[in-house]
Design a protein around this ligand. Structure first.
Ligand SMILES: Cc1cc2nc3c(=O)[nH]c(=O)nc-3n(C[C@H](O)[C@H](O)[C@H](O)COP(=O)(O)OP(=O)(O)OC[C@H]3O[C@@H](n4cnc5c(N)ncnc54)[C@H](O)[C@@H]3O)c2cc1C
Length: 477
C-alpha cells in the first residue's frame, strides 16, 4: 500500500500546470472561485513552456516563438512582462544541395505562392468535405519533383505543422487555423523568437503569481495523476503516490498525446464517441536537436536548409537554425541546431545519444567538410516518448470532422477538457492553450455558481450525402 495516502478536497481540480492550467485557474479566480487545486507531475509550472541549460545559456526545450503578434494574448503577455525577443525572418535563409550552396529563393517563393493559392482554393471550397494539404497543393499546381522543391516545402510546411502535407488537412491548415492570416489585427502576421534568459515560461509563471501565494497549498507539484473516477456528481483523482483529490469538478489539461495513451486511466472508461474524437486527431512531434560547436562554420543567415537528394525530412533536408543570428552580438553561443519531425523524430528518439552524435557529425561533415569536429554539446529532447506529453503539439489531420473535434473537447460527467489541442482556432499554439484554458475556467465557474453551459457532442457522426455501400467480408473458416 502507498505510504502516503492523504486526501485533498477542492471545488475544482485542475489537472496539469501548463499554460492552459494557469489560464483556467486565472479565470476561475476572476469569477470568484478560489477553492481550486492545480495538480502537476513536474516540480514547476509551465508544461511545454520549458527552458533548459544548454552550452552555457538557457534555451527553450519546448515552445520558442510568439506566433502571431497584435492582439494575440501571448504577444500581450510578452509585452506586459517585458519578455526579451529577437526578430524572426524566415526569408533570411540559404539553401544547399549535395553540390554546395544553391539559389533557392525562386523555389521558396514559388512554394509560398502555391500556399497562397492553396488558401484561396481551400477558402472557396471550405464548406465541402476536407481533402489533404497535399491534394490541395497538387491541384493549385505545386509538384515537388526535385530535392530543392521538397526542401522548400519542408521548410515552409512541415517545420510549422510538424507533419507533412500528405496527412494534414487542407481546410483546417489553410483556413481553420487562425494563428496566422492576421487574425490578431493589422500586421499581426509575424513571429518573434524568444531569447529571454528567464525562459518563455516566465510570462505564464508571473500570471500564476498574481493569484498564487508563496508556498500556496493549492499548488500540488510532483504529483502524477494515475486514475480519474468521474460521474455526474463529482470527480476523484488518484495520484501515483496514493494522494486522493476529491473535487466537485475537474479540468483536464493533459496533452492530446497523454489522452491517447494509458498513462492516465479513467473510471468508467471514456465513452466511445469521446475516444473516436481523441484518437482521430494527431499529436505531432517537432524535435529540436540542440547542438553547439567550437566555431561557427555555417552561414550568418538565421536559417539554412539542405536539399538532400534522397531523403526528404532527413537532417540535410530540414531546417538548421543559427543561434548566433538571434542572440546579441557579444553573446556568441555557436549553437547551430536542427529540427526534425514526424518519422525522423521518432527514429531519433529511439536512438542512443552516442549514435545520434555520430550520425549528425557525419551529416555535418558531408555538408561542410571532413575537418568539422564533433559538437561540443548535444541535447536530445524526447517529447514523443515522454509519458507527460507524448509529442509536442497537435495537428489537424485529414479525416477529422468538426463533430470529432467537439467530441474530443466535450466534458464527461464533471470533467471538462482543455489544452492546446482543444482549441478549434488555435490548436498547436500557446494562444490555443491560453484562450481555451481561460474559456473552460469561466465555464466551470458558471457550473458552480449558476448553471453549466451546454457543450455539444455527437454520440453518432453520420455521413451526409452518398453513403458507401460496403460489402461484409466473407467468412471462409
Ligand atoms: C518543442 C515544442 C515547440 C513548440 N513551439 C511552439 C512555438 O514556437 N509557439 C507556440 O505558440 N507554441 C509552440 N509549441 C506548443 C505550445 O508549447 C503548447 O501549445 C502549449 O505549451 C500547451 O500548453 P497546455 O497547457 O495545453 O499543455 P501542457 O503544457 O502539456 O500542460 C499539461 C501539463 O500536464 C502535466 N501532466 C501530464 N500528465 C500528467 C499526469 N499524469 N499527472 C499530472 N500532471 C501531468 C504536464 O507536465 C504539463 O505540465 C511548441 C511545443 C513544443 C513541445
Amino acid at each position: 500500500a502507498p505510504a502516503q495516502s492523504k486526501t485533498t478536497k477542492a471545488k475544482v481540480a485542475i489537472l496539469g500546470g501548463g499554460v492552459a492550467g494557469i489560464s483556467a485557474a486565472k479565470n476561475l479566480v476572476a469569477n470568484g472561485i478560489t477553492d481550486f487545486v492545480i495538480v502537476e507531475a513536474r516540480d514547476e509550472l509551465g508544461g511545454r513552456a520549458h527552458d533548459i541549460e544548454f552550452a552555457g545559456i538557457r534555451v527553450e526545450k519546448g515552445c520558442n516563438w510568439v506566433q502571431g503578434l497584435g492582439t494575440n494574448p501571448v504577444n500581450q503577455l510578452s509585452k506586459k512582462w517585458g519578455l526579451q525577443v529577437a526578430v524572426n525572418d524566415g526569408t533570411d535563409v540559404v539553401f544547399y544541395d549535395n553540390h554546395g550552396k544553391v539559389n533557392g529563393t525562386k523555389t521558396y517563393n514559388d512554394f509560398n505562392d502555391a500556399l497562397d493559392k492553396t488558401y484561396d482554393f481551400a477558402l472557396k471550397r471550405v464548406d465541402e468535405a476536407d481533402i489533404s494539404s497535399r491534394a490541395c497543393l497538387n491541384i493549385v499546381g505545386w509538384n515537388p519533383d526535385t530535392p530543392l522543391k521538397q526542401a522548400a516545402e519542408y521548410y515552409a510546411f512541415d517545420w510549422e505543422f510538424a507533419e507533412n502535407p500528405d496527412v494534414t488537412s487542407c481546410n483546417y491548415a489553410q483556413v481553420g487555423d487562425a494563428s496566422y492570416d492576421g487574425s490578431f489585427g493589422p500586421n499581426s502576421d509575424d513571429d518573434q523568437f524568444v531569447i529571454d534568459q528567464r525562459g518563455f515560461k516566465y510570462i505564464f509563471i508571473q500570471e500564476a503569481n498574481q493569484f498564487l501565494k508563496k508556498h500556496d497549498p493549492r499548488l500540488i507539484l510532483n504529483t502524477t495523476v494515475k486514475n480519474i473516477k468521474y460521474s455526474d456528481n463529482g470527480v476523484t483523482i488518484t495520484a501515483k503516490d496514493g494522494h486522493k483529490i476529491e473535487a466537485d469538478y475537474a479540468i483536464s489539461t493533459f496533452s492530446l498525446g497523454v489522452l491517447q495513451h494509458n498513462d492516465v486511466t479513467w473510471s468508467p472508461k471514456l465513452p466511445e464517441w469521446k475516444r473516436v474524437g481523441l484518437f482521430g486527431f494527431h499529436m505531432a512531434t517537432y524535435l529540436k536537436l540542440f547542438l553547439a560547436w567550437e566555431d561557427q562554420f555555417w552561414d550568418n543567415n538565421q536559417y539554412t536548409v539542405y536539399a538532400d537528394p534522397a531523403n526528404r525530412g532527413y537532417y540535410k533536408q530540414v531546417t538548421w537554425q543559427n543561434f548566433n543570428a538571434f542572440t546579441p552580438k557579444n553573446d556568441t553561443t555557436n549553437i547551430f541546431f536542427v529540427t526534425v519531425t514526424q518519422d525522423q523524430a521518432y527514429r531519433l528518439e529511439a536512438m542512443s545519444d552516442n549514435d545520434i552524435k555520430k550520425e549528425v557529425t557525419e551529416v555535418v561533415r558531408s555538408m561542410y567538410g571532413s575537418h568539422i569536429k564533433e559538437p561540443t554539446h548535444m541535447y536530445v529532447p524526447r517529447w514523443h516518448s515522454d509519458p507527460l506529453y507524448r509529442g509536442t503539439y497537435s495537428n489537424w489531420p485529414i479525416g477529422e470532422l468538426e463533430e470529432h473535434h467537439l467530441n474530443m473537447k466535450a466534458p464527461v460527467g464533471r470533467v471538462w477538457f482543455t489544452g492546446e489541442a482543444m482549441s478549434r482556432e488555435y490548436y498547436g499554439y500557446l494562444q490555443g492553450a491560453w484562450i481555451d484554458g481561460g474559456e473552460v475556467g469561466t465555464k466551470v465557474a458558471k457550473c458552480i455558481k449558476n448553471k453549466c453551459p451546454k457543450q455539444p457532442y455527437y454520440p453518432e457522426i453520420l455521413l451526409t450525402d452518398e453513403k458507401p455501400k460496403f460489402v461484409k467480408r466473407q467468412e471462409w473458416i
